[in-house]
Write a protein that binds this ligand. Structure first.
Ligand code: SF4
Length: 204
């Protein structure tokens, strides 16, 4: 049975798609078996708004509700907007977050960030590298060479519409210059987080 929602700490994670515009060499999806040896995140079909709302239950029991994958959640922009609106109608106490690769404006061919204003409290964007060359090597983006700059632009634009913005990088041994990537985040004026590489340990 597929898992649409799963709990990590006090957060509820929503697995809304398996589609993605990257093919990262470090993607947790390439790890065999269930996520955290517990959850089957491979979807037979993408869940509807109603199915996601039902899987959440009472949102007030969580500190955060996070749209994520196995895949790139903003590929399902309309579903995110609908579900976030349903949560906000029930409570303002839970933080709503999106974990994204930052390709959405390229994917949709427009600036989608104003559409998330008032619905999303926090966006965590995978910057993943210190430059386009490293990004392309590690992430194999469908959009090609222009994608890294588009991710940087997405971070800049997110700051205008979302209260909390973070750029993140996977702590991949030897492959990424973490300090240079952190400096890009600092220069953009957003917080920075090094995510654990799944071979070490996967925690939110
Ligand atoms: S962007 Fe995320 S879901 Fe997509 S391939 Fe990379 S790590 Fe996997």
């Amino acid at each position: 049975m597929q898992d649409i929602a799963y709990k990590l700490g006090n957060s509820l994670y929503l697995n809304i798609t398996n589609r993605c515009t990257n093919e990262c060499s470090f993607c947790i999806r390439s790890k065999p078996g269930n996520f955290n040896e517990k959850y089957n995140l491979w979807l037979d079909s993408e869940p509807t708004t109603e199915e996601i709302v039902q899987a959440i239950g009472d949102p007030r029991q969580y500190e955060q509700i996070v749209f994520c994958g196995y895949g790139e959640p903003l590929i399902r922009l309309e579903i995110i907007k609908e579900v976030a609106a349903e949560i906000k109608a029930k409570t303002n106490q839970v933080k709503i977050r999106i974990d994204t690769n930052g390709h959405a404006n390229l994917f949709w061919g427009r600036n989608i960030l104003p559409e998330l204003k008032g619905l999303i409290d926090f966006v965590s964007i995978s910057l993943n590298a210190q430059n386009a060359e490293t990004y392309n090597k590690l992430c194999n983006p469908m959009g090609g060479k222009k994608v890294f700059d588009a991710v940087v632009d997405f971070i800049k634009e997110a700051k205008k519409h979302i209260p909390q913005v973070e750029a993140s990088v996977v702590g991949l041994p030897g492959a990424i210059d973490i300090e240079k990537t952190k400096k890009i985040a600092e220069d953009l004026g957003v917080s920075f987080r090094k995510r654990p590489y799944y071979e070490e340990q996967y925690v939110p």
